[in-house]
Design a protein around this ligand. Structure first.
Ligand SMILES: [Zn+2]
Ligand SMILES: [Zn+2]
Ligand SMILES: [Zn+2]
Ligand SMILES: [Zn+2]
Ligand SMILES: [Zn+2]
Ligand SMILES: [Zn+2]
Length: 203
């Protein structure tokens, strides 16, 4: 029988859509900042003009564009990519601490190292000055609240999404006209998207 592990907890709570109970596919954010798969939202809004968030019961008007009118959760998409990488590394190595390669229980995930840390290395991560830029990127497994995590919290943990045209530029805005495409400030103000409807990714 499988024992509960840090990994399972993350997967269960954090990356699972509460409508289909699967790992998010193309997560969209409702105005209440709860996220669901695009497909799931498409299924539940059929024939409706208002949507009630299954998690918080917040009721809002469905955008005229339908589900496409909701913001894409790029930060969650970024996380899902990390997790995909993690999974491909195989189950056993996945839960090994990257700091000391011990098999003791992991207690945190560092988004900078892109790997798990044991209690001891977690502490080192938080106190060692040479690892100062990791400090803000460490997610303690015990205190994350899956459904309460806001995109702004995630943005401090994950690398920012990139402009689809300039991969060296962080995407700070999103072009609604082009189907919620992540773009940089230059593209949004001077480039081909300057007359398009855009919104701030950071919310
Ligand atoms: Zn779903
Ligand atoms: Zn909600
Ligand atoms: Zn360790
Ligand atoms: Zn680290
Ligand atoms: Zn750009
Ligand atoms: Zn555009």
């Amino acid at each position: 029988m499988a024992t509960p592990s840090a990994w399972t907890d993350i997967e269960e709570e954090f990356f699972r859509c509460s409508i289909c109970l699967e790992i998010y596919k193309d997560p969209k954010l409702l105005p209440c900042l709860h996220r669901y798969c695009k497909e799931c939202l498409e299924r539940i809004i059929v024939g409706l003009t208002d949507i009630r968030c299954p998690l918080c019961q917040d009721e809002t008007k469905i955008p005229v564009e339908g589900v496409d009118g909701y913001k894409t959760d790029f930060h969650m998409n970024g996380l899902l990519q990390f997790i995909h990488l993690q999974k491909s590394a195989g189950n056993k190595e996945m839960r090994e601490c990257i700091g000391c390669t011990s098999h003791s229980e992991v207690s945190a995930y560092c988004f900078k190292c892109r790997d798990f840390l044991c209690e001891k290395c977690h502490t080192i991560h938080l106190t060692n000055r040479t690892l100062a830029d990791h400090k803000k990127k460490v997610l303690a497994l015990k205190d994350f609240k899956a459904h309460n995590l806001k995109p702004s919290d995630l943005s401090t943990l994950t690398e920012a999404p990139r402009c689809h045209q300039h991969l060296d530029q962080a995407s700070v805005i999103c072009c609604v006209t082009c189907g919620n495409l992540p773009i940089c400030m230059v593209c949004g103000t001077m480039g081909q998207h300057r007359d398009h409807e855009v919104y701030d990714v950071k919310l």
